[in-house]
Design a protein around this ligand. Sequence first.
Ligand code: ZN
Length: 322
Amino acid sequence: MSKSTIRTLWIAVCVVALFIAGIYAVSRTTKTTAVVLPDEPKQSELQKQYVAKGYTDEVAALLEKNYSQDSSQLLSISYTPNILDYLQQPYFRFANYDRYLEYSRKHPEYPIAQVVNRTNMYLDYDFYAHDIAVDDYSILVLANKYYRLGESYVPKDLVDIPSNLSTYAMKGRREAVAALETLISSMKSEADLTVRVTSAYRSYSYQNSLYNTYVNASGEAAADALSARPGYSEHQTGLAFDLLASGYTLENFYKTPQSQWVSENAYRFGFIIRYQEGKTDITGYSKEEWHLRYVGIDAATYITSHDLTFEEYYMMNEVNEQ
Ligand SMILES: [Zn+2]
């Protein structure tokens, strides 16, 4: 072989070697890039568990990131595609979760906020079909067609309502009666209007006989529309009062200037008009402009300014305490 042939061969060997080295380098670079590509995401064990329940990768990542405290409960409840919508509700409770889903199925017309709040208020049960025994008899006690007062419950601080303010001898809780006296005297001094209290504290046995009178006269359905069953009446709390204007029935109280004054001013004295028009599906009662409930000035102001029922206010605070 000539010298020039050897040189040419050497050059050819070098070119091939460089070519192979180049391919190797390119393939290495490509491999390195592939490691950081997003099509191989790293999922935590928790995210994998969420995905195994049926959640998408995206929801699983959000559940881990935003609800880390709730992971054990999130893993224990049944799968629903709109879990994040539920978790965003301020009064969401894991304990009620299955009932939310059931109520939502039965009432597709309600947005999730309503589903959560109404279920929290037990509205997924029929009235009188789900009893909760009341054990807190504070000024903010709730008595309705779910929250049942003890048969033997008698407020410890009952006092007489002054006879000039009532149609017959009756009692209420001390703080509420004092506030009621102030309300009535303010109505007189500010607007020259007068009312009398026509019903206040009622014992369990009195409510029992009242309710049974209605049942015997018109049957249970009609009685339920007119009167609370014994144990479920707000009058047993000693914090509820019915107001009567001279010359008018209770049902016509709403036509009086006294009713107008009460609707505008009751909160200043710690009272709310407990059963409002348009809220029957929550309270279980038709509108009763004459029925005042003492809750204290702070609660009354909040409830009135936010146009809430006492049920809603109670639910909001109950959840916040948990
Ligand atoms: Zn009443």
